[in-house]
Design a protein around this ligand. Structure first.
Ligand code: AGP
Length: 639
């Protein structure tokens, strides 16, 4: 089944009907959305639409804007992609100098015009955009209905403009503070009021939000790329903080009114870093950015003498010496990177590591005490399950080290130690450069821990760091063989089932390769520990069944050759991945992708690249929406 647009649309609506009924049962709120706001002398509509275009990866079921003009709020909101809203605005022109915008990923209430944000009160004096979940919205809805308010939508968000209206007695900031005091749950808000055309209010709790500072204009956004064309100066407001923006000022305070002094953060990213940079998709651009991302992540952490230096984490030496267990917890691709980190820490720092997916960990009964270190890995730093796992570990006395790509993200803010991957913004839903830079981070952390615990000497550390330095060039060599991988994708893109097999680190890599293929090509795929095949899955291997056999580990190479023969004997079509020094493999596979010679532990960040490209070109052949796959969102901030 291809992803041909006509099939694709039907498939998506079927999925959404089921999920929206499921969402009604779980009563979840709006939680994977993008918000943007502007106040200044320019036409707000243009800036809001541009910002929403940069946030569509956060969700794209519907979009809307609200702008104040001549003391009235003009609102336009439409189900469907941003293009639908833009088309609608051509007929229903909206303009003004202060406004808010929203792009939605429906989790509660099906995608529709009426469920789209912004939401307004009945008199249209207040407009609100929201990303998050109002957990107690049902009781608030009941209370407000009894007070005479009439709800139009099915969303949790609609209680907000009504509450603000209810508490408004001329002071908008006070009305917002009273409203916030009634809320339970997660929310990033943008608020405007027709009687306050000189004011834009933002509030943050457990959902991402940044404030952009311009010349005679100011901005709010869920994510930095949305405002990067206008300013590089941002405030990263914290949980339970709010900001009052005018044309010329930004006042930040706690939601109880206490004033807060904040440092301005200067964004280093180029605008193009948030654009596609000439590639057909963000995903391909981000695959090609990996040599730079790896180098950018590594270089600030290695001294001139080649010694690892992550002193900025302030990892407490006595604590590191004392810990006797590590939990490595994450979701999806970040979890797959965590598995590689597990192997590094066990090998070099000599500490047992329990790796688990966050959605399981948080409901299990983990053995955690003050001698446990929790490492969480998260590109966005906003994944709800990972954040919940972090909080559980802290409650039980563990310290938490986060490896994340987003400065000031919720996970970063709530961790004791933070290692930032400098991969730059990762826009494609399918994670690529975040994975490779997470592995670099975890490798450096394991070496630092090993040095502190005396389980490795400086000579060995410098030797490994030297090998890590060479990874960028080795990844570049793979990228230069894109055509070869594209041809392989042509061979398998019509398959209905594709298997990935490997042993040890190659099994962990098989998990990642399989996920990449599934999430962007919609082909069913499974990753198997190669030694496990004979215990059942081998029954599925038939003539021409594609099998991606990953054999980069010298220590397990011969075993893998046997497993490849097992599947070949059943007629499989095998694409092998191996080091260029191990040539025997080409005698038994149909195609082979060689990677440059490298130590076993560092093969993964290189060998993942052909798997990322293979998935990309298979999905391209199938006409899929690569950067925004159906049913998925970039930042899964809902359980
Ligand atoms: C990866 O390609 C997927 N988009 C998904 O598995 C992702 O890795 C997962 O949701 C975790 O996200 P995070 O790294 O932002 O926490």
């Amino acid at each position: 089944m291809s992803c041909h647009p006509k099939n694709y649309t039907n498939l998506v609506s079927d999925y959404r009907d089921k999920s929206s009924s499921a969402a009604k049962i779980f009563r979840r709120g709006e939680n994977m959305c993008g918000i943007v706001g502007y106040i200044g002398s320019k036409n707000a509509t243009d800036i809001l639409l541009e910002g929403l275009g940069k946030l569509e990866y956060r969700g794209y079921d519907s979009a809307g804007i609200a702008v104040i003009k001549d003391n009235s709020i003009q609102v336009e909101k439409r189900k469907g992609r941003l293009a639908v809203l833009k088309e609608s605005l051509e007929d229903n022109h909206v303009e003004g100098n202060v406004g808010i915008g929203h792009t939605r990923w429906a989790t509660h209430g099906e995608p529709s015009d009426v469920n789209s944000h912004p939401h307004l009160n009945n008199e249209h004096t207040v407009a609100v955009v929201h990303n998050g979940i109002i957990e107690n919205y049902l009781s608030l809805r009941q209370e407000l209905t009894e007070k005479g308010y009439t709800f139009k939508s099915e969303t949790d968000t609609e209680v907000l403009p009504f509450l603000i209206d209810y508490y408004y007695e001329g002071d908008l900031v006070e009305a917002v503070k009273k409203t916030i005091s009634r809320l339970e749950g997660a929310y990033a808000l943008g608020i405007i009021h027709k009687h306050h055309p000189d004011m834009l209010i933002a509030v943050r709790k457990d959902s991402p939000l940044v404030i952009g500072v311009g010349e005679g204009e100011n901005f709010i956004a869920s994510d930095i790329p949305a405002i990067l064309n206008y300013t590089r100066q941002v405030y990263l407001i914290d949980n339970n903080e709010m900001a009052v923006l005018t044309n010329d000022s930004v006042e930040i305070m706690k939601t109880d009114g206490t004033k807060v002094d904040k440092e301005i953060y200067n964004v280093e990213w180029d605008v193009e870093a948030a654009e596609k940079g000439g590639y057909a998709h963000f995903m391909l651009k981000e695959i090609h950015e990996q040599p730079k991302a790896v180098k950018d992540t590594l270089s600030p952490r290695v001294d001139k003498d080649g010694m690892v230096n992550i002193k900025d984490l302030k990892l407490d030496e006595d604590y590191i010496k004392r810990i006797n267990k590590v939990y490595m917890v994450a979701c999806g691709t970040a979890y797959h990177a965590g598995l590689i980190g597990k192997a590094f820490i066990e090998k070099y720092a000599n500490i047992p590591v329990v790796a688990d997916i966050a959605s399981e960990f948080r409901y299990a009964n983990p053995f955690i005490d003050e001698n446990t270190l929790m490492i969480v890995v998260s590109q966005s730093g906003e994944t709800a399950d990972t954040l919940a796992a972090l909080r559980l570990a802290k409650e039980k006395g563990a310290k938490v080290l986060a490896v994340t790509n987003v400065v000031g993200s919720s996970i970063a803010r709530e961790s004791d130690y933070v290692f930032y991957t400098w991969a730059g913004p990762e826009i494609a839903v399918a994670s690529t450069k975040a994975y490779t830079t997470q592995i670099i981070g975890l490798a450096l952390i394991s070496l630092d821990m090993a040095l502190k615990r005396g389980t490795i000497d400086e000579i060995k550390v410098k030797e490994i760091v030297g090998q890590i330095w060479k990874l960028s060039d080795k990844i570049e060599m793979i990228l230069n063989r894109e055509e070869e991988i594209k041809d392989m994708a042509n061979e398998i893109h019509t398959s209905e089932d594709i298997f990935y097999i490997g042993r040890g680190l190659d099994y962990y890599l098989a998990l990642e390769g399989s996920l990449k293929l599934k999430e962007i090509s919609y082909i069913h795929s499974e990753a198997m520990a190669a030694g496990e095949l004979k215990h059942g899955t081998l029954a599925l291997i038939d003539k021409k069944t594609p099998v991606i056999a990953i054999a980069t580990q010298d220590s397990l190479y011969d075993k893998m050759l046997s497993n490849i023969k097992e599947v070949k004997a059943r007629g499989a079509y095998v694409i092998g991945v191996a080091k260029e020094t191990n040539k025997e493999i080409e005698e038994i596979v149909d195609k082979v992708i060689y990677i440059p010679e490298v130590m076993d532990e560092l093969a993964t960040p290189i060998a993942v690249v052909p798997l990322q490209m293979l998935a990309y070109y298979v999905a391209l052949n199938r006409g899929c929406d690569i950067d925004k796959p159906r049913n998925l969102a970039k930042s899964v901030t809902v359980e």
